[in-house]
Design a binder for this molecule. Sequence first.
Ligand code: OXT
Ligand code: ADP
Ligand code: MG
Length: 580
Amino acid sequence: MAQATTLNEQPKTAGGDEPELTDGFHLVIDALKLNGLTTIYGVPGIPITDFGRMAQAEGIRVLSFRHEQNAGYAAAIAGFLTKKPGICLTVSAPGFLNGLTALAHATTNCYPMILISGSSEREVVDLQQGDYEEMDQLAIAKSLCKAAFRVLHAADIGIGVARAIRASVSGRPGGVYLDLPAKLFGQVMNAEAGRKSLVKVIDAAPAQIPAPSAIARALDVLKSAKRPLIILGKGAAYAQADEAIKALVEKSGVPFLPMSMAKGLLPDTHPQCAGAARSTVLKDSDVVMLIGARLNWLLSHGKGKAWGDAPKKFIQIDIEPKEMDSNVEIVAPVVGDIGSCVAALLDGMGAKWNAAPADWTGTVAAKREENVAKMAPRLMNNNNPMDYHGALGVLRTVIKERPDAILVNEGANTLDLTRGVIDMYKPRKRLDVGTWGVMGIGMGQCIAAAVETGKPVLAIEGDSAFGFSGMEVETICRYELPVCIVVFNNDGIYRGTDVNAVSKDPAPTVFVKGARYDKMMEAFGGVGVNATTPDELKRAVNAAMDSGRPTLINAVLDPAAGSESGRIGNLNPQSVLKKK
Ligand code: OXT
Ligand code: ADP
Ligand code: MG
């Protein structure tokens, strides 16, 4: 292992001048900058306070949050949006643990992210002598992320950062933990040696070219289909192979079903989009090609009632070989990066490719039109108090008129209904709770989306969901970000109508009635609006999106409008022994 050179060991320069020196602080900053990582999301404190200041002085954008979890969610989604690891910086023990949820979330969702945490001194931690914020962070992080590294010597910082970058973005992307003990920051070494120790990572996520035989096999299976379906997942959105994916879908003529965060890869209004015919295409398809989507709970594991009785063949395109056969047999695995795989499939299809059978595409289109027509009148109501459909009817138009805006969405009913109602038109514009269905991603995603893309952000938040990260409205105001938050305020989790029949305590799912979340934004200088009808909501959102001023609209919803657990009530166990 390279040893950190101390000041005393520095050779004098030829003229006897003092050697130019650097230290751990600057080496970490230089290593990040050398690799184009110029934004840090975090919370300062011992031992990284000065690091944040120095990073800012060296031209890195440092966004200081109110809680590390939100900074972590910001870094995670920055990774998804940019294909570069999002950087989250925290203090030791509690700060590290606060960031760790987001790191695990990034890993679960296949987003590249690096959590950098300061830590206590090894000698004290290892002897468990009770250091300030003592914790063996590396050991704890290891099981919750893709890779974890610790750097003890300044001369190893370049290699440590390079390893973290490579581990996060290569193959299946994920979260990486980088442990930097306090002492490392202050280590001093010769600046020239320091510069030489840094590594500019070359080809961090190398293309993974699929085997020609795998491509031929996949095309044979697709060709044999009578009722083919393509499912696009957030891996397809992440891959940024938008044109090739569009070409594949259109050349094949196959109906496509976008998973939540793949909406907009092709517009939801595309004639082949089967989003509004979900049950039909899952049940009745005979060949399913998965592109960057896993057969996990969100796809009912590829089997059971949702998939119907008809036998099905699966083709799966994924960078992770171990993903194949994880839930059902994959008859045509295509392992590689989506850009390379889709290009090879297009190549293999040649100039002539028979479009999908017309009776199948006709059936899907008819079902889609039926469902869209069924929903349309519900979106036009101007009820007071509002219901979800009345409010979403308005917000749907806001996105239609501003297809470049980023939509952030969390909640239960608020999530499920927004996903169904609001059409997306462009790739990577819809950000949400992801694979874990986690509440609390909202404000971190808003901040990173605004910072990374420079586009306006519209967040549609359940009142419970918003509460997990609501304090970050101050951060949004402080950095003057163009974020409009609409809180669907139905007085609680799922509904605001639950009653506790046995004591004075409120029922576990309800909140203070008539709460005014808009006042939170006003407290920090942003715009707050209380909206009780779809018309009021429309005016307020349009004004916010046009002005770009931080805005929070408290959208008063009928407390009885939602259902328990939204559309996943089937996953919510109910006791048969309930007493009351
Ligand atoms: O084909 P059919 O006929 O079946 O129809 C389908 C589509 O074809 C059709 N459709 C359309 N029709 C017309 N037009 C259009 N455009 C259209 N598009 C689609 O609509 C239906 C449904 O389509 P969909 O949505 O695609 O299909 P479906 O069957 O719903 O899909 C299944 C799934 C699984 C893919 C989908 O449901 C999905 O993605 N679900 C994700 C669910 C999820 O992740 N939920 C979040 C977690 S819930 C719970 O855990 C909550 N908690 C606990 C908690 C969590 N999560 N985290 C932490 C850290 N702590 C605690 C909490 C606290 S939620 C929650 C707070 C909730 O309260 P809030 O106040 O925030 O929110 P409210 O509920 O609003 O009060
Ligand atoms: P969704 O929730 O939208 O269905 P998932 O997160 O379940 O999506 O699946 C994403 C999949 O995409 C993961 O299995 C991951 O390995 C894969 N993936 C991510 N990036 C790429 C890429 N560039 N090329 C190929 N596969 C990828
Ligand atoms: Mg609610």
